[in-house]
Design a protein around this ligand. Sequence first.
Ligand code: C2O
Ligand code: CU
Length: 440
Amino acid sequence: MKTQSKIVEYNFEASVFNWEIAPGKTIEAWGINKQLPGPTLRANVGDTLVVRLTNKLNEATTIHWHGICLPASMDGTDGVQKPIDPGEVFEYRFVVPDAGTFWYHAHANETVQMERGMYGALIVDGETDPVVDGEKIFMIDDMKLDENNEFTKPSWFIPRIVERHDGRQGNTLLLNGKEDLVINVNGGQTERWRFINSSSARYFMLHLGGKKFKVIASDGGLLEHPHTVTEALITPGERIDIAVDFTEGETFAIESLAYNRMTFLKPKQETFATVKVGENKSSKAFIPETLRMIEPLAPQDAEVNRKIKLSVGPSLTDGMNFLVNGMMHVNDKPVMVGELQVWEVSNTSLMDHPFHLHGFFFQVIEENGKAPAYKAWKDTYNLTPRSKIKIAWMPDNRTGTWMYHCHIIEHHAAGMMATFDVIDGSKPYEKKPPTHIHHH
Ligand code: C2O
Ligand code: CU
């Protein structure tokens, strides 16, 4: 039965507050409604989300709704919105058209605001979501703190270029804003766990102590079929939903295996949380073999109409610059409403980069010359060193200024980003000025 669309409203206040990440260990966080992560937003497909944000920080901010196919004016980048100054209020209002695991985060001064906690989950429920016994949302993060639990920025040349190169990866490991979380569940049950990588630069290779689990969804919602694995990579910005079964009496870790993304920092296996399974309970869960169908947007050999090259180049002052087609902070050509986009995105550097497209889902139709193992709707996809993908996506009538960038926040800030417009060819092209603040 189709439920009626409704308006779901939230009031957000961005502020600086103390947050306890472990007993007796408090940090000065920046976040929404004095929570880290911020409140979980939840709506059904087709609902209108209204979020009124009051900025009580000491600097301007905006919120980006990562993965939501919303109008350009609500995308929260400075290309479409004048940043919300301290003391001001802005109302975000948009329909959530797709079911899935999404998230929101600051899109201004990201290397500071996101690092300090300006993020939260946004879950959109659909009518065909599989039946499970329970659900959990896990937001992955890490913080780089000094011995006084303070955030610092490296000031010396070598540490500074290392952080620019690697991205800021910390050794304070957080799941939902807490260190060493203990999670209690019941035996005989199957839960849906939604993982969101909200860290600046950490490559999270999800591992449950060797236990099997089923990957059932990625960025843009359900896959066609569940995939049973023991590990799954979640790069910054990406989401993965899994279905996991529990056996009475077992204890296992939620950990990240070492993933070598070619950083100065040596990769290692690290534990984020512990799961304890209590007594058996009856189950009503059912994960079907076919979760949904995904129509292919284009064949593997579709002709490429744009090439995007991610690379690095030397910088006299910063060690390295991060580039799109050889330049920093690029203004890319517009695309036309209704014209299928087939982009070749290549990574000529010797490190990984998670490529993120705002506002539209894409399908990877080829990776290093081969068809991908399965179809999925994506908004963030990792490019390994010296690799190449072909993605297909369809610009619908949501005209305006959009963006793509590396989701390692320090690389984004160091130039690996571009804006482009979606334009309607039947109308004269006029670049829209950023919308102005709604005063209340
Ligand atoms: Cu989640 Cu422009 O980013
Ligand atoms: Cu990058």
